[in-house]
Ligand binder design. Structure first.
Ligand code: FMN
Length: 337
């Protein structure tokens, strides 16, 4: 068992989830040797491109871990191929009342109803201007009104390598109770006229046939509307009596089987070449490899880091660098692609 699981995690887990997250953020402010702590495999054969962006490896940090964007430099130095900050909205938000994160240790999962607390796009852009770019960095944006999302995008995009449009958050209303398809199409039209950098759309997960139809339709709208790729998926909405708002989004290991199925279905529905970032429950190199084999170009992680610590990116990248011959991600076939 590594140092994180033996020592750091039990200490973190004596605190409520949000307090331990704040502690982790404060640790990231320290000038520690994050490259050595993350220990990402530098094998050049792990290099990948996502919508023209050169990545040292295909493993990204998912949105929501750094909600202000102030630690994207330290997080990049852990060795992620790319890091996603936010989600940012045009105006600052305080989010939902606490408690808003519950841990489910036995399943290495969590349920959160953060409600998108963030400093707002203007303050976030000012902050990002001061934060060194250690790895390609993206930011997630979301807003109920198209006009607000367009303004948030224009403020943030100059400080980023790409933007991820959060079309999926269970904690903002436009993800569920309005005409999602028309809304996404309009947003992509408005952004398409202005944007300079790649734009990804993060989709919700699906289980039922009805949800599946909606999500696959959103995927096609994103593709036809000029997006550069998709992130599949966000958390799964569930009831949870431990949270002040009694509902939240499930993340972590419990999502993995769904992630694999969803990536495969979205990959087929979008013609097999549209870039997909798999996201949801990936905690090992084998699972990351399975996502890449199902059609993903990259893989994002969040909850796995909470349970397995900062070396997870190192373990996953080393596992990929040693992927068996003949697998979809056979580094020997890639020749340092
Ligand atoms: C506490 C918490 C906050 C999150 N906040 C955001 C967010 O602001 N925007 C977003 O797109 N996803 C957010 N997510 C979802 C993650 O980016 C990711 O899609 C989800 O957790 C599934 O990946 P995982 O199982 O590796 O955690 C959040 C997840 C957690 C656990």
């Amino acid at each position: 068992m590594g140092l994180y699981r033996a020592v750091a995690r039990p200490l973190f887990f004596t605190l409520p989830a949000e307090a331990s997250h704040s502690l982790a953020q404060r640790l990231l402010d320290l000038p520690l040797p994050w490259e050595r702590i993350g220990a990402a495999d530098p094998d050049p054969r792990l290099r990948t491109t996502l919508a023209g962006i050169a990545l040292a490896n295909p493993i990204g940090l998912a949105a929501g871990f750094d909600k202000t964007g102030e630690r994207l430099d330290a997080l990049g130095r852990l060795g992620f191929g790319f890091v996603v900050g936010g989600t940012f909205t045009r105006a600052p938000r305080t989010g939902n009342p606490k408690p808003r994160i519950a841990r489910y240790r036995a399943r290495e999962s969590m349920v959160n109803a953060m409600g998108l607390p963030n400093p707002g796009a203007e303050a976030a852009a000012r902050g990002l201007a001061q934060v060194p770019r250690t790895r390609p960095r993206f930011a997630s944006i979301a807003d109920e009104a198209v006009e607000d999302a367009v303004i948030a995008h224009s403020l943030l995009e100059p400080h980023l390598d790409a933007v991820e449009l959060n079309a999926s958050c269970p904690n903002v209303s436009w993800g569920r109770d309005r005409d999602n398809e028309a809304h996404l199409a309009k947003l992509l039209r408005e952004l398409g006229a202005r944007r300079r950098r790649p734009l990804f759309v993060k989709l919700p997960p699906f289980r039922t046939d009805v949800e599946r139809d909606v999500v696959l339709s959103l995927a096609r709208i994103a593709q036809e509307g000029g997006a550069d790729g998709l992130t599949c998926s966000n958390t799964r909405p569930v009831a949870d009596r431990h949270l002040a708002v009694s509902r939240g989004g499930l993340s972590g290991r419990a999502l993995f089987d769904d992630t694999l199925r969803i990536v495969g279905e979205v990959h087929r529905a979008t013609g097999g070449t549209f870039p997909i970032s798999a996201c949801g429950g990936v905690t090992s190199a084998g699972e990351a490899l399975a996502c890449l084999e199902a059609g993903a170009t990259t893989v994002q992680i969040y909850t796995g880091q909470i349970y397995q610590g900062p070396r997870l990116v190192g373990r996953i990248t080393s596992g990929l660098a040693n992927a068996p011959r003949g697998s979809a991600f056979d580094p020997a076939d890639r020749g340092g692609a």
